[in-house]
Design a binder for this molecule. Structure first.
Ligand code: PLP
Length: 414
């Protein structure tokens, strides 16, 4: 089939707006009338610098991110290594920062003091679990405090966010190098209704980036791979508070980190280095930054200029599509939505058919495919059906899928 005959609901990599891809095919051959393609130009050329500045500026407007100057400012960085690379980067960075803060207070008995360090993780799905496992691998599980493990409140499975009065954050805020959560769990279809509280808050927003307003100022750092809501696979976006970057905040000396058995990270994941070089420490895949900028520009163009943050128009559309799909799922006993109603994701809608009947789910996927509705299979670790409702899924696609959901239910019920 051709592109206009299918609607793709894959979880990531995910759909991109067709006009962006059409323009991309042109700039791959000849960027800005230079006679050279965009993947061929230097990442240090004026053209590349303009692309970088444009994408950063769009993102600032969309999420109302404070400007880059001053202690209250935020840096917007582009890194490589995916969301998974940032699972490690956040640990390297926040541990180093914690140690630097500690050493300014205490000179004696550092070895002993370091034993108190805690990394607080909220485990609400497969990706926050993975991030917590990476922290344990790097610093030792004795330093990782699981504030909540949602599986313990839901028969061993993800699908809820336990109430905050059941959480067990580390007792002393001073011990906490970071509080980590994954805003939207892609595999399990669980999304935080709003950001949790905790010292040195870090969020993984890989799968709901740019889908709703975010209280950026509440966070020390936010990161997300671009390949779902924002662009192509190849860059990870990090929004990092100046308050945790030099010169506003010291970082621990690598010799000291090593002496205390704490991790020293690879330079390409080192936020201070990437920030100081405005993401140009090493070769930046500028094409990916360009794609993200085009996607963001479209979001800006559809939103009123006097609004801040400018993401509200897209947020309304995301809600509208999600509400439509959930309302149909709720209307038939053929379907069961996996996560609890209170934490249903607007981005990844996870469901079972007839309680997980393999034949019925197979028939559903086959029927969908014949109608050009693709990418609906659940993650291999959990099975079932997953509808990924990212920004580039048009309302018309959600409506077509909604009709198929209705028809399929009727057929099964009849
Ligand atoms: N975090 C979330 C929420 C994800 O959905 C994913 C990938 O799907 C990742 C992290 C890992 O991203 P990557 O594959 O870019 O390392």
């Amino acid at each position: 089939p051709s592109r206009d005959q299918v609607h793709y609901f894959g979880a990531g990599p995910a759909p991109l707006p067709t006009p962006v891809l059409e323009e991309a095919s042109k700039v791959l051959l000849n960027y800005n009338d230079t006679g050279v393609g965009i993947t061929e130009i230097s990442h240090r050329s004026p053209d590349a610098n303009a692309i970088l500045a444009h994408t950063q500026s769009c993102l600032r407007k969309l999420l109302d991110i404070p400007e880059s100057d001053g202690p209250d400012g935020y840096q917007i960085m582009f890194l490589q290594g995916g969301g998974s690379g940032e699972f490690s980067a956040v640990v390297y960075h926040m541990v180093s920062l914690w140690l630097a803060r500690l050493t300014t207070k205490k000179q004696q008995g550092l070895d002993h003091e370091v034993q108190k360090m805690k990394l607080d993780y909220l485990v609400t799905g497969s990706w926050s679990l993975k991030a917590s496992q990476e922290a344990a691998r790097l610093v030792g599980s004795e330093h990782v405090n699981i504030v909540t493990d949602a599986r313990k409140h839901n028969d061993g499975k993800f699908g809820v966010i336990p109430p905050s009065d059941s959480w067990t954050p580390s007792k002393h805020a001073d011990d906490v190098a970071l509080t980590y959560y994954c805003d939207n769990e892609t595999v399990d279809g669980v999304e935080f209704p709003s950001a949790p509280d905790g010292p040195n808050l870090v969020a993984d927003m890989s799968s709901n980036f740019l889908s709703r307003p975010v209280d950026v100022r509440k966070h020390a750092a936010i990161f997300g791979g671009a390949q779902k809501n924002v662009g192509t696979t190849g860059i990870t976006i990090a929004i990092v508070s100046n308050s945790i970057l030099p010169p506003h905040s010291g970082m621990a000396d690598s010799k000291l980190l090593r002496k205390l058995g704490l991790p020293v990270g690879p330079i390409v994941l080192d936020w201070p280095t990437i920030a100081k070089n405005n993401s140009l420490y090493n070769t930046l895949p500028i094409f990916d930054v360009w794609i993200a900028g085009q996607v963001m520009q479209r979001l800006l163009d559809q939103s009123p200029e006097d609004k801040s943050p400018r993401i509200t128009t897209q947020a309304a559309e995301s809600n509208q599509k999600a509400e439509l799909l959930y309302s149909i799922l709720d209307a038939s006993d053929v379907y069961s939505v996996v996560p609890d109603r209170s934490v249903r994701s607007r981005m990844n809608i996870c469901l079972r058919i007839k309680g997980g009947d393999a034949d019925a789910e197979k028939a559903f996927l086959k029927g969908a495919e014949s109608k050009g509705l693709l990418g609906l299979k659940g993650h291999r670790s959990v099975g079932g059906i997953r509808i990924s409702n990212y920004n580039a899924v048009p309302v018309a696609a959600a409506e077509k899928l909604a009709q198929y959901l209705k028809d399929f239910a009727k057929e099964q019920e009849g």
